[in-house]
Design a binder for this molecule. Structure first.
Ligand code: SF4
Length: 403
């Protein structure tokens, strides 16, 4: 396949990232048009994959909606033009502004609705609360239906009971949702394995990246979901970030020299698994959107050397990355401290630079938890942590930074 047919070369990849990071004078259209060999109006679209056995085709790159969408409508418009048609939001994102921003867009461009695979989530676990939140989401987003509706952030399959199953069937019969499932940051592998046995879960969004995808447990969980026909969406695909570490600097330098950014390489690592239908990525501006679209369109595969580099980086920075296995550390602590949640808030603070969200979420922890978080004895949890994290030091850091 020629370079023009395939869309992007590695060198073009670097140019895109360079243009993005250096604030090139080229317009987005000119840049993408140039690297794809088209005028810009005939662009190839981001590829699609089947979403489990639902019959839906979804873009392999999804637009994560945890940003100020009302003020960034251009991102939605450009995402649609480039074929980023999987849009993810939640009732709670940005205090409802995320869904309202999508609603503003769909009100202005109603023809966009049937092009978008729209995903939203409920923090409620009881049928009446879920109905209230679903109706609010529909009203905010100016739509009659949501393609995929998640129970948000489960950490155990027992959070999905028979009443939720009945609720999902009713919501589907009423035409308010097409498909149903859950998202998970914690104990993902166990949740996925159990979900595969249920027979009524159609989609799962879970933490998945070059670190976690190598674990035997995650490989087995993905295989079980594939067998059960469950569509899978990966999130947190960048796998955290180690500021100032020599490993991080080496990773960046090596990939740049090869024509990738390290962020693009990490996306490509996830797409290596054909059973991952889409990556949900926070792309709050055109720069990041363009860089990720370039990664999605590029056909170049990661080499064995690229994988070795990612594996080495994952090993060297393991103690900086929480893998979400909260049943290990939190059981060791008798359930007294929600360690994995707090680790996630620290990630928002450090890796995403989203201090407001990190502090807001931390502030929602109970006063009892906040009162003891910095002085609790974490020694048993630290001994059991497979990542070797300094849990006590990090909880103390959270107490200092997130108040
Ligand atoms: S702190 Fe360690 S044991 Fe706890 S969830 Fe994170 S990686 Fe797992």
């Amino acid at each position: 396949m020629s370079k023009k047919q395939s869309g992007f070369s590695r060198r073009d990849f670097l140019r895109t990232a360079g243009a993005a990071t250096a604030g090139s004078m080229l317009s987005v259209k000119e840049t993408i048009g140039k690297i794809s060999g088209t005028s810009g109006s005939e662009l190839a679209l981001v590829p699609t994959r089947p979403f489990g056995k639902t019959g839906a085709q979804v873009s392999i790159l999804g637009l994560g909606g945890m940003f100020d969408i009302p003020s960034n409508q251009l991102v939605l418009r450009q995402a649609l033009k480039w074929g980023v048609t999987y849009w993810d939001t939640a009732d709670c994102y940005e205090g409802g502004r995320s869904e309202r921003g999508i609603g503003s867009f769909l009100a202005k461009y109603p023809e966009a609705r049937n092009k978008v695979f729209l995903v939203s989530k409920s923090d409620s676990r009881d049928p009446s609360g879920m109905t209230r939140l679903l109706d609010r989401s529909l009203e905010r987003m100016k739509t009659d239906y949501i393609d995929l509706y998640f129970v948000h952030g489960i950490s155990g399959i027992d959070e999905l009971n028979k009443s939720i199953k009945a609720w999902a069937q009713k919501a589907k019969a009423e035409g308010k949702i097409k498909f149903f499932g859950f998202s998970s940051h914690s104990n993902m592998e166990e949740c996925m394995l159990e979900a595969a046995k249920l027979g009524w879960i159609e989609g799962i969004m879970m933490t998945y990246n070059y670190r976690i995808m190598q674990k035997t447990e995650m490989k087995e969980a993905v295989a079980a979901c594939k067998e059960a026909g469950i569509g899978l969406t990966a999130r947190k695909t960048q796998g955290g970030w180690s500021f100032g570490s020599s490993s991080a600097a080496k990773l960046v330098d090596t990939f740049i020299a090869k024509g990738f950014t390290d962020a693009q390489a990490k996306l490509k690592a996830v797409w290596t698994n054909p059973n991952i239908a889409s990556i949900c990525s926070q792309m709050p501006n055109i720069t990041i959107l363009m860089s990720n679209v370039a990664a999605a369109m590029d056909k170049t595969k990661l080499s064995a050397g690229d994988w070795r580099l990612l594996d080495q980086y994952a090993r060297e920075t393991a103690s900086n990355y929480c893998a979400g296995c909260s049943n290990i550390c939190e059981t060791a602590l008798g359930g007294a401290i929600p360690v994995a949640k707090v680790m996630r808030y620290l990630m928002y603070y450090d890796s995403y630079g989203d201090r407001h969200r990190a502090r807001s979420l931390y502030g929602q922890l109970s006063s009892q938890v906040r009162a003891r978080i910095g002085s609790f004895d974490y020694s048993l949890a630290e001994r059991r942590c497979p990542q070797g994290m300094a849990i006590g030091r990090l909880m103390k850091r959270a107490e200092q930074l997130l108040v």
